[in-house]
Design a binder for this molecule. Sequence first.
Ligand code: SF4
Length: 453
Amino acid sequence: MTLADTQPQALNFECETGNYHTFCPISCVAWLYQKIEDSFFLVIGTKTCGYFLQNAMGVMIFAEPRYAMAELEEGDISAQLNDYEELKRLCTQIKRDRNPSVIVWIGTCTTEIIKMDLEGLAPKLEAELGIPIVTARANGLDYAFTQGEDTVLAAMVQRCPDKPVGEVEKEERNSISKLLNFGRKKEEVAVTESEYAKHTPLVLFGSLPDPVVTQLTLELKKQGIKVSGWLPSKRYTELPVIEEGYFVSGINPFLSRTATTLMRRRKTKLIGAPFPIGPDGTRAWIEKLCSALGVEPTGLAEREAQIWESVEDYVKLLRGKSVFFMGDNLLEISLARFLIRCGMTCPEIGIPYMDKRYQAAELELLSKTCREMGVPTPTIVEKPDNYNQIQRIYAQDIDLVITGMAHANPLEARGINTKWSVEFTFAQIHGFTNARDVLELVTRPLRRNNSLK
Ligand code: SF4
């Protein structure tokens, strides 16, 4: 069987010019520094990168964030200054002032073009300063928005320990079980442990807010599945142990490099599943994990039905309407699939980059959903052209356009409802319980316009 045979045939893929709006991938520092509490992110770039971060991150910049810009000057670019000495000076200062457990260097367009050898400098400086330095090339030349997180996590995969550690450290690393067992006695913890099925250890990857991590971990616990660790964890010092043969699964559609690194470098087995966005996606995700780990899933159909019932008031507003994704954050396929299940039609899904292998299960669920809902399958437009898309939006009379801030107000002024796409990246959208939050976001412009009538 060739690879092409495994792709869902019904979907239509196109590729345009890549002339579209999105956030620069360096924006990932904004959520990653909050997630990894003992980290410090140093973006090595120019004032352009600084202006972007300062504006895009809004009020966060007043909260003494643990990220900074190393602004390159004329001298750096013309190689009159010594890169190593400059970075050493800055990192020494960061170590002195903030004392982080890891410094993450974010390479930018400029460091690429002047070929600054960050990967070569990092190990030397790491040894000299005695603090881990992780390098990620999250630049606008190669990647879009959320792919920034992918480059950082792929670099961190290499830092996860590969052997079971001593009891004390094991305790420390296993922060999820600490969280779940908080306040319990030792005997009670032993009872809880016996509730899990016997299966190969499972590590999940993707950065999510802690409450969502707890929700998804508990959701799997109900099925007897134990999550051995999350990449990233709350602290750099608690990165999960990853041994050869472990199962891994991604919770976001933009983590294909991390998945590849986990498979190739750490010899883990990837469970390719749809992503836990929307009640349909969450159920499919859990079922896929269960079948890979040899566990019989229970009560999922009822759980899904119960969630659908609780969001019926929102779904009512969406049924029969059309949605158009201009595409800028790679969550588009999963969101479109969920909205089609809500009864919407979707003529086009724009997406910056489409990894058909990593997203295979999600694409399959998308075409299955279209079949079951009796709607035409969307055209998936990789590297879209925003100008062309606007013409298509006008031509098709779309009810809701999911797009960036650049086009939102101009489209609203022309009588077209829009939803700002970036909010999906920062809101809690994973798992059964957050399905309502996704619909709250999607229906907001429709509800607002109804109340203005
Ligand atoms: S696209 Fe390049 S130059 Fe622009 S902010 Fe991103 S890294 Fe900096």
